[in-house]
Design a protein around this ligand. Structure first.
Ligand code: SAH
Length: 253
């Protein structure tokens, strides 16, 4: 299924958030990862200028956010929901890692809408809220300091969703466009370079063909690793030709 469509099926549900700034941070975290469906369960203060400020370019996500009174309303129509909790509960669904649980969440997203459910900044999710979800996730942290900021927890999960939706290789803006890049050198161009090196090194006395040692294979290894481009071959051969002229051997090629 199209990754963008899968991501559009994930609701981020914030239960009773206290700080409007965290709602804005969550919206920004979502938009950076291609999610857009934010549901707020009884937010203490929303809309709020602080939320807009923290959302920066993701104010559109805030404007479309649906405000509901209870978690069942936020989950209506979903086929799978994951509770995010910093604490292990005695009762409740199986706790998994963000990665494995998000993989499962996306499998379910093929069938319909799904949700990630986050708790209040101070008290987290209630047991009743966790029990309305089919899976739970605890983000692995420093055991002595395990509670992430709400916006940060949303970011971690949204990142995992994007990675999973794009099978580990999401496109990156500008990727593959290296400034100044030229096409890769061909076999014959590389062989021409090696021959040129060998001639100049011999002429300058740096290389003795009677005692070749490992010099030539080492140079080949170096250039193979570098995946040399056409322009780079031209630069290196230009340097070698200029060196030859200086050493009185002139330009023979
Ligand atoms: N003191 C609260 C933590 C609140 S942090 C508690 O003990 O639950 C606000 C929300 O961010 C949490 O309800 C949870 O949804 C999410 N969160 C923070 N740290 C997390 C972690 N390590 N693993 C999973 N979710 C986390």
């Amino acid at each position: 299924m199209n990754p963008e469509v899968l991501l559009s099926r994930i609701r981020v549900v914030l239960c009773r958030p206290s700080h409007p700034g965290n709602i804005g941070a969550a919206a920004r975290a979502m938009k950076t990862m291609g999610l857009s469906d934010l549901r707020l369960v009884a937010p203490k203060q929303f809309p709020d200028p602080e939320a807009d400020t923290r959302a920066t370019g993701a104010v559109d996500v805030l404007q479309r956010a649906e405000i509901v009174a209870s978690l069942p309303e936020a989950l209506a129509g979903t086929v799978f929901a994951v509770a995010l909790s910093a604490r292990q509960r005695d009762l409740g669904p199986r706790v998994g890692s963000p990665r494995e649980t998000v993989a499962h969440l996306l499998e379910e997203a093929v069938h319909g809408e799904v949700a990630l459910v986050f708790g209040n900044e101070t008290v987290g999710l209630t047991n009743e809220e966790v029990l309305q979800c089919q899976a739970a996730v605890t983000i692995p942290t420093n055991p002595d300091f395990s509670s992430l900021n709400l916006g940060s927890a949303v970011q971690v999960l949204c990142y995992e969703c994007r990675m999973s939706a794009f099978a580990g290789r999401p496109p990156v803006a500008g990727q593959g466009v290296t400034p100044f890049a030229s096409p890769p050198a061909t076999h014959d161009e590389l062989e021409g370079l090696y021959g040129h090196f060998e001639a100049v090194m011999t002429e300058t006395g740096f290389y003795n063909p009677q005692q070749p040692g490992r010099l030539l294979p080492k140079l080949r290894r170096l250039f193979s690793r570098a995946r040399v481009e056409k322009d780079e071959i031209n630069i290196l051969r230009g340097i070698l030709a200029a060196t030859r002229q200086q050493t009185g051997h002139g330009r023979k090629d």
